[in-house]
Design a protein around this ligand. Sequence first.
Ligand code: SAM
Length: 266
Amino acid sequence: MNEAKKKYGQNFLTDKNLLQKIVKDSFLDNKTVIEVGPGRGALTEYICQYAKKVIAFEIDSDLKQYLDKLEQKHENLKITYQDFLKVDLNTIKIKENLDQEVILIGNLPYYITTPILFKFIETPFLKQATIMIQKEVAERISSKPNLKTYNALSVIVQYQAEVKKIMNVSRKLFSPVPKVDSIVLNILKKENIDNAFLNLFTTFVKASFTQKRKTLINNLHDFFNIPKTVIEEFLIKNGFEPNARAEQLSITDFERLTKEWSNLLK
Ligand code: SAM
């Protein structure tokens, strides 16, 4: 058996009950699924039993020796050996004739959890994700304001999706054992989110949190190059203190401020 590669965040799952529960709680029946990092195929095996079609992306072609057998066994499985972050999902959607609503699944490699999450959020046809991620990131995604864990990811994800914790997973269930525990999250995108507004919202939130210790005025000034006096007036007009910080704002505050900000930019 090949040694697990640390540089690719390879911590494999073996517990059959856990694997089955993840797949059951993802409601995959007859759905199209994209899996990130099938590894040796432990989770993939169960996904293929329920889903209509499974497209998996694995960066490490040394794992082909395990995955080839699985691909022969399941007609609905197609594995591509590619970096998921470099995959053009819109091209894949057309080439593979994917459904309008696709589910993303993965026991994610820890070193790229956040960029994978952003790719999910920014790809409209990915409607739902069931992902196993490190506990700390899961806590950030579901965080409320005024907590250390609250950041741009918390706001951007919660604005457009319902986040549900499925279960805690002890590090002991992985091989090799990682340094952190994990959580399985289910993220379901909300209907009727306006994509044009979402782009501005995402930019505004990312700009607001650029440097967490800085005030909103400084972060917005650095990012948009708008005079601080104009931003100060904007904040006061909208009921915020001039020294307000991004971490104090609720998701509704960000929504309201983004709308006002778009008027300011006109
Ligand atoms: N799904 C398997 C399991 O649960 O046992 C493996 C999970 S392991 C935590 C993460 C997997 O993602 C590894 O197989 C690793 O090689 C793969 N991986 C790492 N970086 C990747 C990337 N950029 N694109 C696609 N797969 C990646």
